[in-house]
Design a protein. Structure first.
Length: 183
């Protein structure tokens, strides 16, 4: 069986160069390429090494990727403690999806202790960062009174509005495209 050619050769080249120069974003992209090209334990472990290096530089996407890999046992055994550590660090750094994920864990009491107040606060942080799923979930909680929140349609609408794109919140329209010309 012939070995498959690596995907994304130009992106791989540029990302390797950026990673060698210490660019954390390039390390994350290269890690994702390793995961896509080689989903074996060795490939995931190589990706995780790149994510760890980028996370040490403060890259929240790298922290999130490490947490997800530990949670889903990519590259080895599931390690909930490591998963929560990395996802929580990403959330603390402002990663919206990480705040949403750890918030949901707290609400359900899965993997982390059940803490409704902390879970709601993390969902709010996530929604404020623009992560739409968090805003929609908070809106649902306010419409139904889940998790002890008061039923409040105005508050529900506030969380839906918080996750709309910035230009839409400011009342701006998308830029107009020039009309095509004949000739």
């Amino acid at each position: 069986m012939a070995a498959s050619r690596p995907r994304y050769p130009l992106l791989r080249f540029v990302s390797k160069l950026g990673a060698r120069l210490g660019h954390s974003g390039s390390m994350v992209v290269l890690g994702a390429i390793h995961e896509a090209d080689d989903p074996s334990a060795a490939g995931i472990q190589r990706a995780n090494e790149l994510y760890r290096e980028a996370a040490a530089k403060g890259n929240t996407q790298a922290m999130w990727s490490l947490g997800v890999n530990y949670l889903s046992s990519k590259g080895g055994e599931t390690d909930h403690k490591q998963a929560v550590t990395w996802i929580a660090r990403a959330a603390q750094g402002g990663h919206g999806m990480a705040a949403w994920a750890i918030g949901k864990m707290h609400l359900a009491g899965r993997i982390v202790p059940k803490d409704i107040e902390r879970g709601i606060a993390l969902l709010q942080q996530s929604a404020i960062s623009g992560f739409r799923d968090a805003g929609l979930l908070l809106a649902e909680f306010h419409r139904t009174g889940q998790h002890g929140l008061p039923v409040d349609e105005r508050e529900a609408q506030k969380w839906i509005d918080a996750t709309r794109p910035l230009a839409q919140r400011l009342g701006r329209r998308a830029p107009r495209q020039p009309a095509p010309t004949d000739g």
